[in-house]
Design a protein around this ligand. Structure first.
Ligand code: UDP
Length: 352
């Protein structure tokens, strides 16, 4: 028989809790009845997000401004909250291009920060960890290997960012093997969209690197046009294929991962978190135009260095073991992303 836990009283620490995926996960954890303490250094997020999470959930939670590179401050979180039972670790840098310019910053924050966190967890007897990994660990995938399963080989990363995710998984695997710490690594595909309330969403720093914020910023007039990177790929319309997953579905996967850690004895487990469907860039643009009613100004440009041609997930393992699967559509994700962009514009207007 599996042990029965009183999940309602369980306290979860969320690092990067004011970030894009972190904030949506705090909401889902609170709505599932968990007690949350969140930390963030606000380098790529804002204190307003913390208030907005509380507005959505209608529940308070403890928030502490902490940088995971600062060992003592991180340790103090566990001293202040000795009842933390599990950690969900989002806090990390995530811009591929920037990681090429500043590899040391990426290794220090993403790898060093993870080490600090595991050390603090072990010092305080916290044994459950969910780690944000990425489908980037699979590298460029051959068409006949799709949809990609968790058994597919991990390849040499093609950016320092990708390498920090690969190293993160490897170091956590070794930690799990050598201790009582139990770890779930979730390999995210392409998270997009925003909360239905339009109170939280993605906050890109400067010119967005990712497709969806670039699309919504173009549609709202902040950018002149979207450049589609390549139209001569061997895909159905020549543009790259990705598995775009709604951030709320992704957040819910973390709640399932916590339940899994509570009810299973596995030391280390990895799950793909995607929809199982691949869409081309052109399909995304067409879907966006449909749901927003806006014509998007776009042009084809050269291929972007380092882009994989196509990747989408097999999510059978997450369905069978976590009991999780994506429920929302691409249209819904794009609709919420657009609502979020409109909300940001309204805020700017109000502040002028
Ligand atoms: N993309 C694009 N124009 C942009 C940004 C992205 O055509 O301005 C394409 C990119 O080449 C890829 C897809 O959109 O095929 C998703 O890119 P993103 O950076 O969002 O995610 P990635 O899968 O690269 O991490």
């Amino acid at each position: 028989m599996q042990p029965v836990f009183n999940l309602r009283n369980m306290k979860i620490l969320v690092t990067g809790g004011a970030g894009f995926i972190g904030s949506h996960t705090v909401v889902e954890l609170q709505q599932a009845g968990y007690d949350v303490v969140a930390i963030d250094n606000f380098e790529n997020s804002s204190p307003q997000v913390v208030d907005n999470i509380k507005k959505i959930s209608g529940k308070p939670f403890d928030f502490i401004k902490v940088d995971i590179r600062e060992k003592h401050a991180l340790n103090d979180v566990f001293v202040t909250h000795p009842d933390i039972k599990a950690v969900i670790h989002f806090a990390a840098y995530k811009a591929v291009g920037e990681s090429v310019e500043k590899p040391l910053a990426y290794y220090e924050n993403n790898v060093g920060g993870t080490l600090n966190l595991v050390e603090a967890m072990q010092a305080h007897g916290v044994q459950n960890l969910v780690f944000s990994s990425s489908c980037t660990v699979y590298g460029d995938v051959k068409a006949d290997a799709l949809p990609i399963t968790e058994n597919s080989p991990i390849v040499k990363a093609n950016s320092p960012y990708g390498n920090t995710k690969k190293i993160g998984e490897e170091l956590l695997f070794d930690v799990a093997k050598s201790s009582t710490t139990k770890i779930v690594a979730l390999r995210y595909f392409n998270p997009i969209g925003a909360h239905d309330s339009a109170l939280i969403g993605e906050l890109p720093n400067g010119v967005p690197n990712n497709l969806i914020p670039f699309v919504t910023q173009t549609a709202i007039g902040m950018r002149e046009k979207l450049t589609i990177f390549g139209n001569d790929y061997p895909t159905r319309d020549g543009s790259c294929i990705r598995d775009y997953i709604h951030v709320v579905d992704l957040a819910k996967a973390h709640v399932k991962a916590i339940e899994f850690l509570n009810t299973h004895t596995d030391q280390y487990a990895v799950f793909n978190i995607g929809t199982g469907n691949g869409n081309t860039v052109l399909e995304v643009v067409a879907a966006f135009e449909k749901v927003s009613g806006k014509k998007l100004n776009y042009a084809f440009g050269p291929r972007r260095e380092g882009d994989v041609v196509q990747i989408f997930a097999s999510c059978d393992k997450a369905a069978n073991i976590l009991g999780w699967k994506a429920e929302r559509t691409l249209d819904n994700a794009l609709e919420t992303a657009w609502k979020w962009e409109l909300h940001l514009q309204a805020l700017k207007g109000a502040n002028q």
